[in-house]
Design a protein around this ligand. Structure first.
Ligand code: FES
Length: 145
C-alpha cells in the first residue's frame, strides 16, 4: 500500500466514524455555538455586554422554550414572559435547564432548583443565580448584562 492509499483509507475511515457523531450532536467539537439546552457550562464564554436574541424562531418562539447563550439561560414562560439568569449551577458549574411546568431552573447533575429569578429553592447549590433584565421590542429580546 502506498502512502497516498493509506491516507486515503484512513481519512475516509475517520470521516465515516465522525460524520454520524457530528450529525447526532455527540461530538462537541462540531458545535458552532452554545445554544444547546444542557451539558457542562464550564466552557461557555460569558457575555461581556448587552446582546439580542430573535424570539421569532427557535425555542424562544414557543412558550416554555429556553436557550443558553453567553453564559445566560433565557426562558420563555408558559405565559410568554422572558426570564434570564446565569446558566451555570452555583454548585459545580453545570449548565441548567428550565422546567416550564414549575417555572424553575433545574440542574441536571444534582437536582438543585432555582426560582424564576434565580433564588435557590433546593440545594446542594450554595448560592443564587445572577438575574438579568430583559426588554422586548417586537420579536427582538435584549438581555441587559
Ligand atoms: S452541579 Fe448543580 S446541583 Fe450539583
Amino acid at each position: 500500500m502506498t502512502r497516498k492509499e493509506f491516507f486515503a483509507r484512513v481519512g475516509f475511515g475517520a470521516a465515516t466514524v465522525l460524520l454520524p457523531a457530528c450529525i447526532a450532536g455527540l461530538a462537541t467539537s462540531c458545535s458552532s455555538d452554545d445554544s444547546g439546552t444542557s451539558g457542562s457550562g464550564s466552557s461557555i464564554p460569558a457575555a461581556t455586554g448587552n446582546f439580542t436574541v430573535d424570539t421569532s424562531t427557535g425555542p424562544l418562539a414557543t412558550n416554555g422554550g429556553f436557550i443558553v447563550m453567553k453564559g445566560i439561560i433565557i426562558a420563555r414562560t408558559t405565559t410568554g414572559t422572558f426570564l434570564a439568569v446565569s446558566s451555570s449551577c452555583t454548585h459545580e458549574g453545570v449548565t441548567l435547564g428550565y422546567e416550564k411546568s414549575g417555572n424553575v431552573f433545574v440542574c441536571p447533575r444534582h437536582n438543585s432548583q432555582f426560582t424564576s429569578t434565580g433564588t435557590v429553592i433546593s440545594g446542594p447549590a450554595p448560592s443564587n443565580l445572577k438575574q438579568y433584565q430583559t426588554t422586548l421590542s417586537g420579536t427582538t429580546l435584549t438581555v441587559i448584562v
